[in-house]
Design a binder for this molecule. Structure first.
Ligand code: UGA
Length: 427
């Protein structure tokens, strides 16, 4: 098939290389400076395997770039929209980037492909509205909703081996086109109406966020009563009705999706007079994680002003350099308020990307002279550090293990260090 993808952010670029790998001819469209960078092989996102796949697809001629929606749409079998849909004013989803694509299609008239596939997460009812909008210009394309469930850091693998694929569409023709597009991927396919498909995406992310906040809530109870949340969640997750995933306690979820999608679903609920209290509690528990952590630290320090906090890992999770909604940013804001100096080490986030923090080249340099250290991201290499040396380098040996990455064996070694304070989560 000839597929045009608008937007080469996280979702668009991963989809572009993966559909090209499946044998389709893909044209990816974005603004000129983004395309220029891509042509020079400069990727704004760091994702395992993406760079190599991009090079292969380009060299084999299955992927090309364009900067003009109309040009790129001419002759395409389908056009996929993968632009950003951030939170706008009053918690409403900002659909201006989607609207802009639709406006360009309307302006270009006859080149509009028969199927417009929405990949961007959009509030329930959006696809109906977009289709009606196209019709006002005499364009009879069917708008289809095909949510993405990729996780950053394992996006290519998630795309090629998904748990399910959802087609929200009206006609048999659209369904057949989507089947052809995903041919070669072995996964259950659910075909449903568009509004249900739009809600599947929001409800999935809301449920995952809810599981994490649930684990964090029980972790607090564990701390209060001397139980171990890892044991509790192992026992809870062993029930097949619950499942073992997304029950890891820690500093709370971050990333561009969970908070944004929760907010959008809350706003959709409000629009029909529903308050969705489960989602409100999920967000609230998450927002309290970092302030709670800092409270513990301040109670150990007494006066926080002038103290030096070392941070290991600042992206919202390992295997990504994405800083959107990273819990570290909340920590940083609070540290400014308290006059705490912040030094960081991150394996992939570039030094230039965060203002006002001192970035070091190694974890050991961050430990040196720190008044406390916190592990914010569970990069596997953090568990492998020489932790006894790390805490010996510190000014005050206080270690917050925000993701419970330090092994029990290392913890017992650390306990031999004089004045050592080791603070895990939920145990
Ligand atoms: C999430 C969903 O997992 C994807 O299915 C979805 O497609 C994507 O949002 C999206 O809507 O685009 P992602 O944001 O990449 O993917 O990251 P996750 O792996 O879900 O992690 C989100 C956050 O939750 C991270 O900060 C992670 O550290 C945290 N987390 C995750 C926990 O604190 N505990 C867990 O048990 C799992």
């Amino acid at each position: 098939m000839r597929l045009t993808i608008i937007g080469t952010g996280y979702v668009g670029l991963v989809a572009a290389v993966c559909f090209a790998k499946l044998g389709h001819f893909v044209t990816a469209v974005d603004r000129i400076h983004v395309i220029q960078d891509l042509r020079e092989n400069k990727l704004a996102i760091w994702e395992p395997d993406l760079q190599e796949m991009l090079e292969t697809c380009l060299s084999e001629g299955r992927l090309s770039f364009d900067t003009n929606v109309a040009n790129a749409s001419r002759g395409a079998d389908a056009l996929m929209i993968a632009v950003g849909t951030p939170t706008g004013v009053n918690g409403q989803t900002d659909l201006s980037q989607v609207d802009d694509v639709i406006a360009q299609l309307k302006q270009a008239g006859g080149v509009c492909p028969p199927f417009i596939i929405m990949k961007s997460t959009v509030p329930v009812g959006t696809c109906d509205e977009l289709e009606a909008n196209l019709l006002t210009a005499g364009l009879h394309s069917e708008v289809v909703f095909n949510p993405e469930f990729l996780r950053q850091g394992s996006a290519i693998n998630d795309f090629m081996n998904p748990d399910r694929i959802v087609f929200g569409c009206r006609s048999h023709l659209a369904k057949a086109a989507l089947h052809q597009l995903y041919k070669g991927i072995n996964a259950p396919i659910q075909v449903c109406d568009r509004r249900s498909a739009e809600l599947i995406k929001y409800a999935s992310n809301a449920f995952l966020a809810m599981k994490i906040s649930f684990a964090n809530m029980i972790a607090d109870v564990c701390e209060g009563y001397g139980a171990d949340n890892r044991q509790v969640m192992q026992g809870v997750g062993a029930d097949r009705r619950i499942g073992p995933h997304f029950l890891r306690e820690g500093i709370g979820y971050g990333g561009s999706c969970f908070s944004k999608d929760l907010q959008s679903l809350l706003t959709s609920g409000k629009a029909i007079g529903r308050s969705l209290p489960l989602l409100e509690a999920t967000a609230q528990i998450n927002e309290e994680r970092i302030p709670q952590l800092l409270e513990k630290l301040i109670s150990l320090w007494g006066n926080p002003r002038g103290k030096r906090l070392g941070v290991l890992g600042i992206s919202f999770k390992p295997n990504t350099n994405d800083m959107r909604d990273a819990p570290f940013l909340t920590l940083l804001r609070l540290c400014y308020l308290y006059g705490i100096e912040v030094q960081i080490y991150d394996p992939v986030v570039l030094p230039t990307s965060i203002e006002g923090v001192i970035q070091k080249d190694t974890a050991y340099e961050v430990a040196a002279a720190a008044d406390a250290l916190i592990i914010m991201t569970e990069w596997p290499q953090f568990a492998e550090l020489d932790w006894v040396l790390m805490v010996q380098l510190m000014h005050q040996p206080i270690l917050f293990d925000g993701r419970n990455v330090i092994s029990d064996e290392t913890i017992s070694q650390l306990m031999m260090v004089k004045n050592m304070v080791y603070i895990p989560v939920g145990r």
